[in-house]
Design a protein around this ligand. Sequence first.
Ligand code: DO4
Ligand code: MG
Length: 280
Amino acid sequence: MKIYKTVQGFVIEHNGQYYISRHTDWDLFINREDLFFELQREIQLLPAAAEYKSLIDNGLQAPIQSQEVWASGVTYLRSRNARMEESKVAGGDNFYDRVYDAERPELFFKSAPQRVVGSGQAVRIRKDSKWNVPEPELTLFINSKGQISGYTVGNDMSSRDIEGENPLYLPQAKSYDKSAAIGPCIAIFDKPIDSDTKISLEISRYDIPLFTDSIEINRMKRKHTDLVEYLFREMSFPQGCFLMTGTGIVPHDDFTLEVGDVVRITIEGIGTLVNTIEMK
Ligand code: DO4
Ligand code: MG
C-alpha cells in the first residue's frame, strides 16, 4: 500500500487501484496506529478510479506536513571509509571509525519540514561548497508511539568538503534550504521491509548517466529498531518523524554534483525519488 500527498488530496495506491482518502490533515492521516490495517479498512469504503493516478502525476508534494527529519550516519562500511578519507587531516580516521563500532549510533537533525522537497522538485547545493553529493537513504516514518509504520526514499544532500574540514561543521554540510528530499510516497507494509531490498542511485548530466550504483539494505550495520530506540530515548515527536538511515553508496572522490544534474534514487517496493540540482 502506498500513500501520496498531492495538492488535490491524499491518494492511496493498492494492488494497482487508486483511491482518494477522505482525510484532509496529513499529520493525522499518517500518524494513526496500525496504519496498514486502517488504510485497508478505509479503502473498502472508497470508490477506486484509474484517473486518480493523474493527481500524483500532476500535483505531487513531499509526503510531510509538520514532521522533523532526522538522520543517522556511518551505518554502512562504505560511508565510514569515505568519511575517514575526506576528514583525514581533521582526524576523521579516528572518530568515524569509532562511531561505526560504537553501541550508540550517530543521529543528527537533518531538516525542518519547510526545507524538505519532494520528488520532481529541485534540491540545492551550497554556494560556499565545491564538493557535493547526494546520499540515497531508506527513510523510516515513525509514528508518535515510536513504531516504524512506513518507508520512503530519502536524499541526504551533503557538502563533503565542509563536513571533511571539521566534524563540528556537520550541521552546515547537511542542513540548509532544500538539502533534504523525501518521496514519492510513503509505502506501508504489514511487516518490516524485506532485508534484501535494493537501493539504487543514478546521477545523470545532459541526460547521460554519469554514476550508477546500488546496495541492499542488509549491508547496514545497525537495526532500524535500534536507531529508533536511540532517537526516541529522550525526545517525543507528537506528529511522528522521519529518519534517514544512512548511505551505503558514495560516488568516487573526484565526483561532485553540478547544477542541472538529475539524481534518481530507487528503492524496490517504494518508488523513485527524482530531483534536479540547483544552486540559487
Ligand atoms: O557523519 C556524517 C554523516 C554520515 C551520513 O550522513 C551517512 O552515513 O549517511
Ligand atoms: Mg547520510
